[in-house]
Design a protein around this ligand. Structure first.
Ligand SMILES: NC(=O)c1ccc[n+]([C@@H]2O[C@H](COP(=O)([O-])OP(=O)(O)OC[C@H]3O[C@@H](n4cnc5c(N)ncnc54)[C@H](OP(=O)(O)O)[C@@H]3O)[C@@H](O)[C@H]2O)c1
Length: 333
């Protein structure tokens, strides 16, 4: 079968290649899935570059953490999944950028038939994170302001729609003014452009001189530093990404943190998913499916590429202002 692999960390266009490898055989408790579509997510590219602490690559390393596929063969002892079933495939060690992947049956998500493949392909990583961060980790109360950066990302758009639905007001930071009108159409209450002045000054002028109590940030660096400065007393900032990979400073004055009881917390789905009980996982899956049917946690599909076009796909995935999620289609397109 064809599979994307890399023999060393580096720029994705330099180290990723299409290889001919044996079709993997499922062991006990595992299934083999024929991959229909698999997204190019920021985490996949961080992993290839060697910046994805938490998952170690064993070379030559397969890659691709998410996707949709059809169960083709089940290993011994597998009960709850049948051959021919369509499933959402979260592949913890990576390996979905291939025609087939083998994963533990217990890590599959069974998704209702009426949800289209493009949505099942991105069923877990962004939708689960949006629900867990907003409703469970920060548990933002109705009526509060939630500040977020990279608001034009697929995940950021889900946050805007979920917040609107749950009665939370959003302040959305983008790096390009052109993104603002579209985010307002989705339900963004306020859009701030990071290049138009310090974020904390814009927040205190436009929202509240005291600052905001809840913030989430996948950008870090100077953006993250300015977001921390936008927090009110008892404010909580949740860092969930590293788009700039630059350091974040949490307050130039330690008294601002101590006396104001401002905190920085972190969120990583790779930590949360394995710790959910079966009942919590099933509830999360139902919540994602329900919110997907409502269009709240839906992904906008962007361009689709074959495995042979891997270099074009990873380049397009990181283009500034890209529209929609880039997908790889391992079989016939
Ligand atoms: N912690 C977790 O478990 C977890 C789970 C899911 C996702 N995430 C993180 O969530 C983030 C969004 O994921 P996604 O799939 O929604 O991404 P996406 O659709 O690919 O969007 C990426 C967005 O980031 C913006 N961006 C890229 N580099 C930037 C920079 N240097 N400064 C400011 N903005 C920048 C882009 O802005 P433009 O529109 O201007 O190009 C774009 O809107 C990623 O960091 C991802 O790793 C984390």
């Amino acid at each position: 079968m064809k599979a994307i692999r890399f023999a060393q960390h580096g720029e994705p266009t330099e180290v990723l290649s299409v290889e001919d490898v044996p079709v993997p055989v499922p062991g006990e408790g595992q299934v083999r899935v024929r991959i229909l579509e698999t997204p190019v997510n920021p985490s996949d590219l961080l992993y290839v570059r060697g910046y994805y602490a938490g998952v170690e690559a064993h070379f030559p390393a397969p890659t691709g953490f998410e996707g949709v596929g059809i169960v083709e063969t089940v290993g011994q002892g597998v009960k709850d999944v049948a051959e021919g079933q369509r499933v959402s495939v979260v592949n913890g060690p990576g390996g979905n950028w291939a025609e087939y992947a083998v994963v533990p049956a217990g890590e599959l998500f069974l998704v209702p038939d009426e949800i289209p493949d493009d949505q099942v392909a991105s069923f877990v990583i962004n939708p689960a994170s949006v629900i867990l961060m907003v409703r469970h980790v920060l548990a933002v109360p109705k009526g509060e302001w939630l500040l977020q950066s990279a608001a034009g990302s697929e995940l950021g758009r889900m946050i805007i729609r979920l917040a609107k639905r749950d009665g939370i007001r959003t302040v959305n930071i983008v790096r390009r003014r052109e993104s603002a009108a579209e985010l307002e159409r989705l339900g963004a209450d306020v859009v701030i452009v990071s290049t138009e002045g310090p974020i904390d000054e814009q927040v205190r002028r436009m929202i509240d001189p005291e600052g905001v109590k809840y913030a989430i940030d996948p950008v870090v660096g100077e953006t993250g530093t300015q977001i921390f400065k936008s927090l009110s007393e008892d404010g909580r900032m949740l860092v969930y990404g590293s788009l700039t990979r630059e350091p974040i400073r949490i307050g130039d004055d330690p008294r601002y943190i101590l006396a104001g009881r401002r905190t920085l917390e972190v969120y990583w789905l790779g930590y949360w998913l394995p710790r959910l009980t079966d009942a919590q996982r099933e509830q999360l899956s139902r919540d994602i499916a329900d919110l997907m049917r409502e269009g709240i946690v839906e992904t906008s599909p962007g361009r689709k590429y074959s495995l042979d076009q891997i270099h074009e796909a990873v380049t397009q995935a990181e283009e500034k202002g890209r529209q929609g999620k880039v997908f790889l289609v391992p079989g016939n397109m």
